[in-house]
Design a protein around this ligand. Sequence first.
Ligand code: NDP
Length: 301
Amino acid sequence: MSEDKIIDGKAFAAGLRERIGRETARLKAEHDLVPGLAVVLVGENPASQVYVRNKARQTAEAGMRSFEHKLPPETGQDELLALIDKLNNDPKVNGILVQLPLPDQISEQAVIDAIDPDKDVDGFHILNVGRLSTGATGASAPLIPCTPLGCIMLLKDRLGSLSGLNAVVIGRSNIVGKPMAQLLIRESCTVTVAHSRTRDLPAVARGADILVAAVGRPAMIKADWIKPGATVIDVGINRVPVEGEDGKTRIVGDVDTQAALEVAGAITPVPGGVGPMTIAVLLANTLTAACRQKGIEPPEL
Ligand code: NDP
């Protein structure tokens, strides 16, 4: 097994954050513009609290303004929508992210619908989804969901052009699977989207030059599901117990990484692959959103 098969998302994300930091400094110097990201957390989900803390820290490190809004678990939908309305109208806020999942009394759809599409740095608003699927460009270009956009950046960095390659995406969620498929279509791949009802999934997966796993099942994808030389992107984040160590857990992906390394051409590890890309791309989206709101051409990152 060779080290160069590992796609180092952690290092790529660090480089991306550095470029974002430079462009942010340039925006301030040339346009007196400091991009601002508002992150809203409702409730006390421990994983969400960690994500929000990391987002705030990395936003500040990139030279952007970070606005944190922590609301109690019993917050009502109207109260959250009122906050979103305030953020939509605040010129210092260029990007808005509401951390999911939300408590049961709040409709995620109502919240996503309420965010100004130009500030929707998660890319979940129906207008951004539509713009991505229709291939809109220029002033109508979409804001694109962070995790799949990060996956595409890693793929293009490793493979160059993706044109004509067979891509299989396992998972069809609105957050990862579907936008991933749209982005691969945009790169001129031939795309198959598989899910829990797919028949003979191993055979479908074996047709892939690019295999993206976004399922949420630890080590589900085995070595014999992978075409020799394929590039494997493991989006899964699964917490599993450490054998023989009571109460201890570790994070694994959807792919049996050690076995897959014998067959695949390249693979993202978990942790250290796709995970670190998500926040870096969130910052990139905030920068892009800020530029577009001020009529400035967003930088190539
Ligand atoms: P969802 O639970 O929303 O979607 C999972 C998808 O996997 C569904 O489409 C489901 O099919 C499919 N699926 C479930 N079981 C099987 C099976 N046995 N065979 C084939 N397909 C199956 O998850 P998300 O898309 O939100 O997340 C997927 C994974 O990615 C999770 O582990 C999550 O933690 C991780 N993640 C990582 C991020 C990162 O930053 N790296 C960001 C976001 C997510 P069906 O539609 O038929 O039910």
